[in-house]
Write a protein that binds this ligand. Structure first.
Ligand SMILES: NC(=O)c1ccc[n+]([C@@H]2O[C@H](COP(=O)([O-])OP(=O)(O)OC[C@H]3O[C@@H](n4cnc5c(N)ncnc54)[C@H](O)[C@@H]3O)[C@@H](O)[C@H]2O)c1
Length: 261
């Protein structure tokens, strides 16, 4: 683990009740950052905040849907009252389903696009406005390998993550000369809570037993392992600190050699 410090920095991390968002919240708090968790899962969001505080860190949980601009704005105002100016924002909230294209419903389209794409749009608007008031900041969007590479049975998810790429690059360009950097991470398979359900859906797609799904992926990845959450944290720390001060509008593809485009 690298020892980069984040003392005094104020983070919003969406989707930090679970998975990669929660892992980043714990890690960045240990580096001295103050963490605001925006999520809908009150039980786990509160648990992550309590664990950070119990370990000597600073955190608070806010019930916020990333689809609701007024709620994001209100919570961001409260974060600034509680912790000070927001200088760092990670968009990790997301939903994912694996369904054949012709069975993909309009409801699934609305949900996926609302959370994964409109959510990033709204959060970036609030984040950028705050950062402009304070002289700058850094934004990290959790995209996906599915933001770079097409995937059958994941049409809507791919559309949302390809969209995140467009948002990331366009916002980065517009604010590059105002000390705001915007980058993305595109991981392959990270065995988080998201895969607790997805493995059943992928098993249907490939006619596998659900327990064979993750080993099946490993076999087909050149490095023969899945993305470790520590790989995500390492890339995130790089993109969120001055180590990457000349990078904006970029995406780090964490794919173990699977995808290099
Ligand atoms: N797990 C993977 O293999 C993988 C790979 C590539 C990219 N991603 C992306 O990385 C991000 C994090 O994935 P994860 O595996 O940690 O997922 P996860 O399911 O473990 O966590 C997602 C979190 O988002 C929250 N959330 C959902 N809808 C929300 C809303 N409207 N408002 C606020 N919060 C909401 C959930 O409550 C949950 O806490 C997602 O954007 C996902 O698409 C995941």
């Amino acid at each position: 683990m690298n020892t980069e410090r984040m003392d005094g920095r104020v983070f919003v991390i969406t989707g930090a009740a679970s998975g990669m968002g929660a892992a980043m919240a714990h890690d960045f708090a240990q580096r001295g950052a103050k963490i605001a968790i925006f999520d809908l899962d009150d039980e786990h969001g509160t648990k992550v905040a309590d664990e950070i505080i119990a370990a000597g860190g600073t955190a608070a949980y806010y019930h916020v849907s990333v689809t609701d601009k007024a709620a994001i704005q209100q919570a961001a105002d409260k974060v600034e009252e509680q912790f000070g100016p927001i200088d760092s924002w990670v968009n990790s909230a997301g939903v994912s389903r694996m369904v054949p294209f012709l069975d993909s419903s309009e409801e699934l389209w609305d949900l996926t696009i609302d959370v994964n794409l409109k959510g990033v749009f709204l959060c970036c608007q609030v984040a950028v406005a705050k950062m402009l008031e304070h002289g700058g900041g850094v934004i990290l969007n959790m995209s996906s390998l599915s933001g770079k590479k097409p995937s059958s049975w994941q049409t809507i998810y791919c559309a949302s993550k390809f969209g995140v790429q467009g948002l990331t690059e366009s916002i980065a360009k517009e604010f590059a000369d105002q000390n705001i950097r915007v980058n993305a991470i595109c991981p392959g398979i990270v065995p988080t809570e998201m895969w607790d359900r997805l493995k059943y859906e992928y098993a249907k797609k490939r006619d596998l037993d659900p327990e064979e799904v993750l080993p099946y992926f490993k076999k087909n990845i050149p490095m023969h392992r899945l993305v470790d959450i520590q790989d995500v944290i390492n890339a995130a720390v790089f993109l969120l600190t001055d180590n990457s001060s000349y990078l904006t509008g970029q995406s780090i593809k964490l794919t173990g050699g699977e995808w290099m485009d």
